[in-house]
Design a protein around this ligand. Structure first.
Ligand SMILES: Nc1ncnc2c1ncn2[C@@H]1O[C@H](COP(=O)(O)OP(=O)(O)OP(=O)(O)O)[C@@H](O)[C@H]1O
Length: 418
């Protein structure tokens, strides 16, 4: 392990059984095989009803670095974190840690519901290897960070999920871990708490700490992480920069085109007009690049003429949370029946490199109601902007810049020195 590497994970795998009975039986066999190494060697493959929750995962984490773990529900993120935290034993592979791991995984874990928040601080700290006398000097700071007030004396069973998250984060963050594991807890905190945690994480990273963050929230990942690892059915599907990892993760969910089932793109009596597709190309019909003209083409197919309609497209961030920009026709159109293509030009692509989601619609201008729509759940409504190599630096920024503004700078004249 090189000097700056604080965590090295090699070929990590974990298997589970789908059935409780076999899980219990295999559990007993595994205990036996620990004592009898020949049986252990035989148990490296999958047994009946077993599946890999995590398979052959390899990565490194350096001091001062934050790595996002992304993946759909059930991809293996929590299993990975539990093994990193020592709560679960891998079936294969190796984890090497330099320093102490502070973990904030699964809200309920490590909190005793019958004890107060204050007492639970000692319980959680004990799980992380701290004695009572080591925790005592840190107690005021931990309690202040939670902002729980008098509720710190209340049994934790009466805490809301946000209150539990405050307590868990405050403890994990204030015991000076070398690596902080943060599971999806930020999602349950209110806005102020999220901001407080994000600020804390930035300071902690600047002081040389390292973070592994499991999150589905793109803005959290972009604010904190430089790198990202995408898990897909327990395997590493992508590893690289945080922005590229988010692109991969969202493309995995929105961009496969699999949702456009047979017959979906055919007009019917109950849905006489459909949008078959929207494409975005550069001026030569090739890839779209920042600052260049974009050609937009919408192909519709209608069993009947469409009088008094307009068409529009909207471009969203790749998690679908922000509509960046859109275009609308300003006058009512008379569109003929049949399959036809509508054209528009975006005169200058304001978007930086990345993948974007698109929605398009043809709507009735009087009723302001869609006649036909195409969303990102329908293939192939996507826009990919590719930066030429000279612009790639933008793409790698930690906080992603979505659009480029045209700015005219007006400087104050410098005072004349006499
Ligand atoms: N103790 C267990 N016994 C059996 N299967 C398990 C166990 N823990 C996790 N799994 C399975 O392992 C797979 C990965 O689960 P895991 O909780 O790691 O996913 P995740 O990526 O954290 O999902 P989410 O985003 O929903 O939290 C799932 O199929 C899950 O059902």
């Amino acid at each position: 392990m090189s000097a700056s590497v604080v965590l090295s994970v090699q070929g990590l795998s974990k298997k589970f059984s789908r059935h409780l009975r076999t899980a219990l039986w295999y559990g007993l066999l595994d205990i036996g095989s620990e004592l009898w190494p020949r049986a252990k060697a035989a148990a490296t493959g999958l047994r009946r009803h077993e599946f890999w929750s995590l398979q052959d995962v390899t990565f490194e984490l350096r001091a001062g670095e934050a790595l996002a773990i992304l993946g759909t529900n059930g991809a293996g993120k929590s299993t990975l974190l539990k093994m990193l935290n020592g709560l679960m034993k891998p079936d294969a592979g190796r984890i090497q840690v330099r320093g102490r791991v502070g973990a904030l995984i699964e809200l309920g874990v490590g909190l005793d519901p019958t004890l107060s928040g204050r007492e639970n601080i000692f319980v959680r700290a004990a799980l992380l290897g701290f004695t009572r006398s080591q925790v005592l000097p840190l107690l005021p700071e931990i309690i202040a960070f939670t902002e729980l007030g008098d509720a710190i004396e209340m049994p934790v069973q009466f805490y809301s999920s946000g209150m539990s998250a405050r307590l868990a984060y405050a403890v994990a963050a204030h015991l000076n871990p070398d690596i902080l594991l943060v599971d999806e807890v930020l999602a349950v905190g209110d806005f102020n708490f999220q901001r407080k945690c994000l600020n804390h994480m930035m300071g902690y990273l600047a002081r040389g700490g390292s973070i592994i963050l499991v999150s589905h929230a793109a803005h959290h990942v972009q604010a904190v992480c430089q790198r990202g690892l995408v898990l897909e059915k327990g395997r590493v599907a992508f590893q690289g920069g945080a922005t590229e990892a988010l692109d991969h993760y969202f493309a995995q969910q929105f961009g496969s085109g699999a949702r456009s089932g047979p017959g979906r793109l055919t007009p019917t009596a109950s849905r006489p007009a459909i949008i078959e597709g929207v494409t975005f190309t550069g001026p030569q019909g090739g890839p779209v690049e920042p600052d260049e003209e974009i050609r937009v083409q919408l192909t519709y197919n209608s069993l009947q003429a469409l009088p008094g309609v307009a068409w529009s497209f909207l471009i969203y961030t790749n998690d679908g949370s922000i509509c960046i920009t859109g275009g609308y026709t300003t006058q009512a159109l008379q569109l003929p029946a049949g399959r036809h293509t509508l054209h528009a030009r975006i005169l200058r692509c304001p978007l930086t490199a990345g993948d974007y989601l698109v929605r398009a619609s043809i709507y009735d201008v009087n009723l302001i109601q869609p006649v036909a729509m195409l969303g990102w759940e329908d293939a192939p409504a996507q826009l990919s902007v590719q930066a030429p190599p000279s612009l790639e630096k933008n793409y790698q920024q930690i906080i992603r810049q979505l659009v480029t503004l045209e700015v005219e700078w007006t400087h104050l004249a410098a005072p004349q020195l006499t």
